[in-house]
Write a protein that binds this ligand. Sequence first.
Ligand code: DUT
Ligand code: MG
Length: 603
Amino acid sequence: MTSAPEAGTPLPPGRAGSNRILQYVLHYRWRYGGGMVALILATIASLLPPVVIQRAVDDLRDGIAMDSLAQYAGLIAILAVVEGTLRYYSRMVVSGTSRMIEYRLRDDLARHLMALDHNYYVHARTGDLMSRATNDLQAVRDVLGPSLVDMSRILVVGVAGILFMLFIDVRLTLIALVYLPVVIGLMSFFETNVEHRFMEVQEQLSHLTDRSQENIAGIRAVKAYAQEDAEIASFAQANEEMRGRAMRLALYHSGLFPIMGVLTGAGTLLVLWVGGHDVVAGRMSMGEFVAFNFILAVLANQLMAVGWVVAMAQLGTVAIRRVNEVLRTVPSVLDGTGTPPPLPVRGEVEFTNVSVAFEGREVLHDVNLRIPAGATVALVGGTGAGKTTLAGLLVRLSDPTGGSVCLDGVDVREWPLPLLRDSVAFVPQEAFLFSDSIRENISYGRPEAGDAEYDLATRISRLSNDLKDLTDGLETTIGERGVTLSGGQKQRAALARALMKQAPVLVLDDALSHVDTQTEEQILEGLNDVMAGRTTILIAHRTSTLRSADLLAIIEGGTIVERGSHDELLAADGVYARIYREQLDAERRAQEQADIDLGGGGA
Ligand code: DUT
Ligand code: MG
C-alpha cells in the first residue's frame, strides 16, 4: 500500500532527535488516510437507516403497501453490510498500522539501547527501561490503533449526527445538546487529571519492575543477609502504593463514562418530552420524530465513550513521551568519522594529558603514558585510584574529559568503533557471562571460531582443567550470569573469551583476582607466549603478576606518580616499593593462615 522501507531499517540518523513516533505516523499517512475515509463512509452508512425509517414510518401512517416496506428493509440490510465491511476495513488497517509502528519502535528501542554508552547505563534503571519498552510501548500502540479509530469515529459520528439532526429540526437539536458545554468543561478537567495520574502510575510501575529485577538478580545477597522478609515487606509497600495510584487513575479514568450516560439520558428525555408535544401539535411528522430519536441514540452512545477515549489519548501521550525520552538520548560515545587507522593494528597505546571527571569530580588528571606495541604494562594503584577508568578509555567505555587516548597514533575517537573494539580484547573486572553454554560464552564475538582456537583459549586460560570435571564440557550451560560456575571459573571463562579474539591489545582488569596463585602463574606464563609481539595491559594487585610486567605505572592521587620496571621501582623505594611490601606482607599472612588452617584440619 505504501512504499514502506524494509521493516527494521533505521530512520536517517540526523532525525534521531526529533519525534520518532510522529515520523512513523506521517510515514504511514496513506494507510491512516485510507482507514479514515473508510471510517467516514461507514459512519454515514450507519446514520442513513434513521432516514429510511423516517420514510417507512411516514409511509405506514399514509397506508402504503407491504412491498415498499420490504424495499426499506432491504435497503437497511444493505446499509448494514456496507457499514460493517467498511468498519472492519478501517479497524484492520489502522490497528495493523499501529502494530507495524509498535514493531518498528521496539526495533528502534533495542537498537538505541545497544548504541547508548556506559555512562547512560550508570544512571539508567533496568526496570524502568524494561517498563518503557513493554508497558509504554503497548500504550503507544493502543493510542495509535484502536483509540485512534474510536476517537475518529466519535468525531465523525458527532459532526455528522448533529448535521442530520439540525437538518430534521434545529430547535430540537439545540434542546438535545444543551449539556454539551458541560461535557466540554468536564472533559478538560478530566484530561489534565488523567494525564497526571497516569504518569504517576507508570513511574511507580517502573519502580516496581526495577525492584523485582534487582531482587531477582541479587537473590544471593538477599538470602545471604536473610533479607527476604524485609524485601517482601518493602515490595508489598511499593505494590500498595501502585494500587493506590492505579485506583486514583481509575477514579478519573472511569468517571466520565457514567457522567456522560446521565447527561445524554437527560438530553434524550428532554427530546422525548418536547418532540412528543411537537408531533401531537402537528409541528413535526411521526417519521421525523422517530428518525431524530434514532440519531440521538446513536450519538449518545458515542458520546458516552468520549471520557474513555479522552483518557486513552492522555495515556497515549504520556507513553509517547516516555518512549521518546529514551529514543532522544544521544549516545555520548559516537562512532569515529576520521580516516581509518592503517592496518594491521600494531597495538601502540598512548595516553596524553588525559583527565577524567565524573559529574564534576575529577578522578584522573594529567595522565601521560606511552605503551610501545608488544609491551606488557601493569597499572598499579589502590582501590578507587582510577585504573579501570583509565583502561576503559581505550575501548571507549567513556571518553576522557581532557587530553587524548591514541591507538597506533590515531585518537580512539577517530576509530570506527567496531574496529577499535575488535582490536582491543578487554577482560572486565567483573566477568559477565550469559545464560548459555560455555562454548557460546567464550565464542562471543567470534562465532566462526574453529576447534584449534577453542583449544588454545581454554588451555591458556586453564579453563580446560575445569571442563574435564563438567558433565558436558564446553556444552555445559551455566545458568543466568554463570551462577553455576565458581568465581575463578567465571574469570577464566571471561579470559578465554577475550583470548578467542586474538586481538593485538589485551587488557586484563584485575581479571585473575579469584584465581589461585599457582593457576595464575600458569596463566601468565601461557599468556607470555601467545601475547608475544602483542600489547598487554594488566591491572593487578598480586606481586607475582606485577613482577611479570615490562613496565609498571603507579597511579595515586589521580595521576601517574611513578613508572619503571619492578626492579627500578623497588630500588627507588617510593610509592611502589611501599605498595609492594604491603602486598607481600598481606600475601605472606594469607599463606600462613592457610597453613594453619590446613595444619588444624589435619590434627
Ligand atoms: N567512578 C565514578 N563513576 C563511574 C566510574 C567510576 O564516579 O562511572 C569513580 C569511582 C572511583 C573512581 O571513579 O572513585 C575510580 O574508579 P575506578 O573503577 O577506575 O577505580 P579502580 O582503580 O579500578 O578501583 P578498583 O581497584 O577498586 O577496581
Ligand atoms: Mg577497577
